[in-house]
Design a binder for this molecule. Sequence first.
Ligand SMILES: Nc1ncnc2c1ncn2[C@@H]1O[C@H](COP(=O)(O)OP(=O)(O)OP(=O)(O)O)[C@@H](O)[C@H]1O
Ligand SMILES: [Mg+2]
Length: 263
Amino acid sequence: MFEEFVEFKPSKRSLRKLKDKDLYETVEEVFDSTTLLTLYDIMKKGIIKKVYGVISAGKEARVYWGKGRNNEDLAIKIYLTSTAEFRRSIIKYIVGDPRFENIPLGNIRKIIYLWTRKEYRNLKRLYEAGVRVPKPIYFAKNILVMEFIGKEGIRAPLLREVDLSEEEAYKILNTILEYIKVMYNKARLVHADLSEYNIMLHNDEVVIIDVGQAVDISHPNALEFLKHDVETILRYFRTKIGLEDIPSTEEVLEMILKWRNKK
Ligand SMILES: Nc1ncnc2c1ncn2[C@@H]1O[C@H](COP(=O)(O)OP(=O)(O)OP(=O)(O)O)[C@@H](O)[C@H]1O
Ligand SMILES: [Mg+2]
């Protein structure tokens, strides 16, 4: 099912021929040759036309701003293939997920490729269910291409970065809870890392990001993850924003699960 990974080390010269100088300077230091070749491949296909600066440099992934075929903005998320920490942090989402059943847990590269595919598929499921997420565009190996949330290379702010009026805050909280409900019942996914860090606010829209770890509702810990997501969101609006009139975790969970049983 999975093609064997072949360590392919192109010579500097052949790489130089392939590369666009700016691109090379933008991404060269962090990535191995397979990642670079995958990126060139996506560019050759015409899906990415340009890669500009880095938007976010996390421990596990880097996100770049780029341009697509029609000059549209893109977000390009590239997972680092050389991090041991990644394995530790994703293991609880992988064990119990049928999509990872036959993968030896020691093969980090394969896991990262699957993880990238999983993030793409999760985005697709959510997008099709009507949850506002970045539109998924393409994936290959450890590279995910999606809609850029922001304008002219400036990403939209995260929920945690925005000062909200009470009225706005109630509205946004409502939208988030509605999205959790639709995620669970229509996309049949639990985000499992939902927080003020993984929600962007863009043109009056609430956009859910970072869905790599989202699990199918059949995952043995799905309900526990769901409860954690709801608690995290309610806690943020209660203690950080200071909203007083918010439901309890139990009430929200009941609302989500009841909606499902009705259908
Ligand atoms: N589609 C997008 N459009 C614009 N910016 C994005 C997009 N996706 C991600 N970002 C930016 O990149 C950051 C990291 O993305 P994401 O949350 O998906 O990765 P992560 O694995 O959590 O990385 P980190 O470890 O840095 O948090 C986000 O906080 C956001 O600022
Ligand atoms: Mg994140």
